[in-house]
Design a binder for this molecule. Sequence first.
Ligand code: SF4
Length: 619
Amino acid sequence: MSIQNPAEIIDAVLARHHDDPTRLMQILRETQEALGWLSRKTLAMIARGTRQPLARVEGVASFYSFFHTQPMGKYRVLWSDNITDRMLGSVDLMRKMCEKLWLEPGRVSEDGLVSVATTSCTGMCDQGPAILVNYQAITRMNVQRVTQIVDLIRAEKPLAEWPGEFFEVSDHIHRRDILLNDQISRGEAMRIAIARDPNASVDSAAASGPLLTLEEIKRSNLRGRGGAGFTTGLKWEACRNAAGWGPAPAHYVICNADEGEPGTFKDRVLLTTQADLVFEGMTIAAYVVGARLGMLYLRGEYRYLLDHLENVLKRRRKERLLGHNILDQAGFDFDIEIHFGAGAYICGEESALIESLEGKRGVPRNRPPFPVTHGYLGQPTTVNNVETLAAAALIAARGGDWFRGIGTEKSTGTKILSVSGDCERPGIYEYPFGVSVADVLADCGAAADSTQAVQISGPSGVCISSDEFKRRIGFEDLATAGAFMVFNNQRDMFEVARNFSHFFAHESCGFCTPCRVGTTLLKNCMDKIEAGHGSEFEINEIFKINHLLQNASHCGLGHTACNPMFDTLQKFRPAYQRRLKSLAFEPAFDLDQALSLARQMTGRDDAEAHLKNTMEIEG
Ligand code: SF4
């Protein structure tokens, strides 16, 4: 067997992707997987191969936290830093791992063997603390696993030889309804959709089959499950009606599986247990809007799902549920590709996701125009959440009236909740919309008398206190993308909000100054309060920063970054007040203390002399 040199490897990756600059994300990922990291020389070769300026390729590589332009060690360990992982002991365990490895967090060991650092939520909140080792998820970390992993790293054992149980990811489905109940068989939704008008050609502008299915989707009043809640039927209709442009006009379907909101893991379980339903939903979307290509954008943390998903796609092609003339319907051509994100939360925003799919930095676009008219490569594109597409497949099979008979008037159907935190049975719960928070808490085994708060829909959502537990899940009241984090009354809600402030500062894409600077100032305020130097000044600063973020941010991340502080200040103010040192301004930096060593070395005993000098100057 010949050992390839780096140039051969890069050439092979480029050839596999036809030197296409829109495939840059895949090219960078595959190259890094083969070479360990992306050196400047490597990036220059990729830039040459894809006929782009080196600065652009470097800009993309440096944007995503899972791409490395410096050597990162043979083993890269990332600890999930979500608040629920912390509640399960991740901070102590990571410290233990670093001590055993003689390593500082964030640094590569002297011998280049290993690095240990943190990353945002890895989507394993029901089985944390979780880590990624070379981007493979390991769940249920404990002291014993830390010791075992340190030994395996020291022995330089390949990941393939690590104990298989390390990599087991459980589904933890505790409550099923229509989406998780295997309602329909493979291909059933498509057969029924086609049977609505079997003689109509898909290509024909007047084709009534796709229009009849679109009517069912509209009648169902299905709304997007990613959080925003836009009506799916209207989105598909706008995409269908938009004309493509250029020499190769086209329409596209994108499934957004980049669930990066801390506390959310329902798409992980849907793709594990109901991948056929999700792909069927994408195919139904393609049938309606007239797309020939669909793309599943999967978060890099779910890399372990790739083989399973590819196998499902392979089987669907074999059964003529994907490919050319699907189910013998002339002109119904559609296939699905899987693309990976690379550790950027902002790519969950649909226009940032499209930028990423086009091989660019994941910066949200100006809107309008919206993706339904100018999406992927500028062509009409519908972007839908995993759960939305699964629901669409059911609607295509069972009809819009059936679907709108479930849930509430404005929130039809069911919602899958990812429950984590202080409860006996964390995991997946599917309910008809309208379920109360109290009912979910009872089902998951959260103690009614000691639960103080639930964070609905992650850091960008809303934190509710115990007097609000009668509130209901649904667009009329508590809209959610799925996260449901439970906190008992032993938890410090200030620390919860501080963790979220770090999350936003880390995930701000940096495109606009108000968000880039504002989220960092916010984090600094929370850190200063935590360090015991806070005062009313910091509280007022949080309100000022919120005003700035609300009015000047480019996208939703900036708009929602202050939500956790606002909610906890309003509902758990004592958690802040007991930390405030005084009501007056309190400096975070003690100059006198910082100068003490210099005083000692020079034999001076004039503490606070700098204050005297200042007063003399001012006087
Ligand atoms: Fe990026 Fe934040 Fe601006 Fe959104 S608001 S574009 S995340 S910097």
